[in-house]
Design a protein. Structure first.
Length: 477
């Protein structure tokens, strides 16, 4: 044997031996701790590519069948996750939010969205007393005053973007409306150029922040990070200018969400920092840019696909319209009458939920469904495993708004907005925005789908590959 071979053997053999014992040790430890079965996929990438290409519904269904219908492990966005399935999984997560589980976001997502110096410790982002502030300003009693504004903006949007055309693409128009409305209500930003700039930056963030977390030039994730920096810079300019304006005018009552956040104090009399406010607004804008616009798009998609359901929605909305004087804007009482329309929206959210679930972290070791989840493991609960469960929704692929009549679905089976103490605080805002928009479209047009076989892809949310092109058929009044 040559000297070179001897040297190679001396170097490589200890490495091989170390790997052998490492794998044996890992195998031994995994036998003593009965963690959920599953696969971690490739290093760093994990199973993120498979998740994106298959879509969450197919990806999770396959692993439930292969590993466990209750909980399995995978690796997404550079993190090892225990995926909780079904209504019982939802119940466990939602009822243990303050005991064995704690709030958590993947570092890859935070890096693209949140100010870096605040991303490591959520407690530093929003003080305890301020965490209840956002839910307060998003409650129905606070949102009532914004319904006329929503309606006025929806009217203008439909008149300028829909009425002059025979054919439109619903998805980009819904996004334009929901994001413009958010800028108006949250920050009183109405300048088209400024909104367009924010929209452009947000598009980069949303397109790439759920991509494989490889931060190299040219990757979607790198583009998302750079887009996030531009969004934060723009928002900080807006926040700083508003703070100075409040000081000069000696304002004490906020005229919009931004002003309210600048004026609120904690129990020690301290104000939110501008970066804390920026992070809060980013959360609101992300939901408005993508989540609510996706919900609106799929409601209109289903109305175009089911004429008999559209006719019932049209009848309900026209009764409301006929009760109004010409030029009168919608009010809270009008929206409360849209019961069937909301059932339709709920069924659309069941079949096409904009959010796919949410993340948590194990604060301590705990046992679920016979498996041990060690402290520090990340947890992901998912909407699809209960929304498509025939036990709770017979003939689950059928579009049937009557499921939401009476007492509605069983607890923990229908969770498009989550549940428990961390249920989405924007639920009521989304409901009002969806219903007001549907009112303005349906009372003006009937919709005819132009691409019956249009595919649905998954990015950070559900995406229609062609943007849902429809022919507008104006009503003959």
């Amino acid at each position: 044997m040559s000297l070179f071979s001897d040297v190679v053997l001396l170097v490589i053999f200890p490495i091989i031996l170390s790997l052998f014992f490492y794998r044996k040790l890992k195998s031994s430890s995994s036998k003593t701790v009965n963690t959920p079965p599953g696969s971690s996929g490739w290093p760093i990438v994990g199973e993120s590519i498979k998740f994106g290409s298959a879509g969450p519904q197919k990806f999770i269904k396959e692993r439930m069948e292969k590993y466990s219908p209750d909980v399995f492990h995978t690796s997404l966005l550079g993190e090892k996750l225990a995926v909780f399935c079904g209504a019982q999984g939802n119940k466990f997560v939602f009822t243990n939010e303050t005991t064995v589980l704690t709030s958590w976001w993947p570092q890859a997502m935070k890096k693209a969205l949140i100010s870096p110096e605040l991303s490591e410790n959520e407690a530093k982002e929003i003080r305890k007393s301020q965490k209840g502030f956002l839910p307060d300003i998003l409650k129905p009693e606070a949102l009532k005053q914004y319904i006329p504004v929503m309606d006025a903006m929806a009217r203008d949007h439909v008149a300028s973007e829909w009425t002059p055309r025979y054919v439109v693409k619903v998805s980009p128009l819904a996004m334009k409306y929901t994001f413009g409305l958010a800028c108006r209500l949250f920050m009183n930003v109405v300048e088209p150029d400024r909104i367009d700039k924010l929209t452009k930056h947000f598009t980069r963030v949303i397109t790439g922040f759920m991509a494989v977390p490889i931060d190299l030039p040219g990757t979607a994730y790198n583009s998302a990070i750079n887009g996030g920096k531009l969004v934060r810079a723009e928002l900080l300019n807006i926040i700083s200018a508003r703070r100075e304006e409040i000081r000069e005018n000696k304002e004490t009552i906020g005229r919009d969400f931004l002003s309210k956040m600048l004026l609120v104090t904690d129990e020690d009399g301290e104000f939110m920092t501008e970066k804390e406010i920026c992070n809060n607004i980013i959360g609101l804008l992300v939901a408005s840019y993508e989540t609510t616009s996706t919900a609106v798009t799929f409601v209109l998609k289903h109305l175009a696909e089911y004429p008999h359901i559209y006719d019932k929605v049209y009848e309900e909305q026209m009764e409301i319209k006929k009760s109004k004087k010409p030029g009168d804007l919608l009010c809270w009482e009008d929206v409360q009458k849209m019961k069937y329309t909301w059932n339709v929206a709920c069924e659309s959210l069941r079949l096409a939920p904009p959010g796919q679930g949410a993340f948590r972290e194990a604060a301590t070791d705990f046992t679920y469904a016979g498996f041990t989840i060690p402290k520090g493991w990340k947890v992901f609960w998912t909407v699809h495993t209960s929304h498509r469960d025939p036990k709770y929704f017979p003939d689950p692929d059928k579009f049937d708004p009557s499921r939401f009549e009476g007492s509605g679905p069983a607890p923990y089976s229908y969770v498009p907005f989550g549940g428990g103490p961390r249920m989405c605080p924007g639920k009521e805002y989304a409901r009002l925005e969806i219903l007001v928009f549907i009112y303005n479209v349906v009372t003006n047009f009937k919709l005819e789908k132009l691409s019956p076989n249009e595919k649905v892809l998954f990015r950070s949310s559900l995406v229609l590959t062609e943007g849902l092109p429809v022919r507008l058929v104006p009503h003959k009044n």
